[in-house]
Design a protein around this ligand. Structure first.
Ligand SMILES: Nc1ncnc2c1ncn2[C@@H]1O[C@H](COP(=O)(O)OP(=O)(O)OP(=O)(O)O)[C@@H](O)[C@H]1O
Ligand SMILES: [Mg+2]
Length: 205
């Protein structure tokens, strides 16, 4: 089992979007994947409920009040969708058992400010474990001023930007059908799939 935690305390940063699409990717790679929903709002599980049974299967469970003892070790991959405000001892507990932490971050001053303490605390907790934490710049074109601002901000933390995902209704549309950009018809999402490649490589898949 390999486990990825998708987390950022800021609401709406793109955690569920990343977690559901990543689960869709592993499923389409014929890996067994469990999407572990840590959020009381259960958006990830709602996505699963919409999912067409003809699509590559994703298992799911709600882990809102659980600590990590109950991870589904039989899965090839466990993808954890953290809620907004996920921090403190619960965050520490999960950080101990995950292989990777993916932090979606929108380059706005509000999002960056809300994420600063979180990045400091995961950097502190993960010291000695290199290459475990990565940022996914959300809803941004890497050639823009906003992207430059994000890069500048991240220099303080020594955490790499793994990839940039553009702002597109594709993510909104696939989510509505319990799908990911990796489910057929994939041709429609060609540009998005290219943007995911650095993240999939970084996860070591
Ligand atoms: N790259 C993108 N382009 C366009 N829309 C996006 C993109 N990423 C996410 N969204 C949309 O932004 C909204 C918030 O995303 P999402 O629900 O994934 O964030 P979240 O971090 O899980 O939020 P919460 O903190 O409430 O759990 C959703 O409507 C989602 O469809
Ligand atoms: Mg969410």
């Amino acid at each position: 089992m390999r486990a990825v935690l998708v987390a950022n305390p800021k609401g709406g940063a793109g955690k569920t979007t990343l977690a559901t699409n990543l689960s869709g990717y592993f499923a389409n790679q014929k890996r067994s994947v469990t999407l572990c929903d840590l959020d009381r709002q259960q958006s990830a599980l709602r996505w699963m409920a919409f999912r067409d049974p003809a699509m590559a299967p994703v298992s799911g469970f709600f882990a809102g009040n659980q600590m990590v003892a109950n991870l589904p070790r039989e899965s090839d991959w466990v993808v954890m969708d953290a809620p907004a405000g996920f921090q403190g001892f619960k965050l520490s507990d999960y950080l101990r058992v995950v292989d990777k932490v993916v932090v979606p971050l929108v380059p706005s001053v509000f999002d960056m400010a809300a994420t600063e303490d979180f990045l400091n605390s995961i950097r502190h907790e993960m010291r000695g474990r290199k290459g475990v934490v990565g940022i996914v710049a959300m809803r941004v074109d890497p050639r823009t001023k906003a992207a430059g601002m994000l890069e500048e901000f991240l220099k303080h933390f020594d955490i790499p930007i793994i990839t940039y995902l553009r702002n597109t209704q594709n993510y909104v549309n696939v989510a509505a059908g319990g799908l990911s950009v990796f489910d057929p018809p994939r041709g429609r999402h060609r540009r998005d799939l290219e943007q995911w490649e650095p993240l999939l490589d970084w996860l070591g898949n």
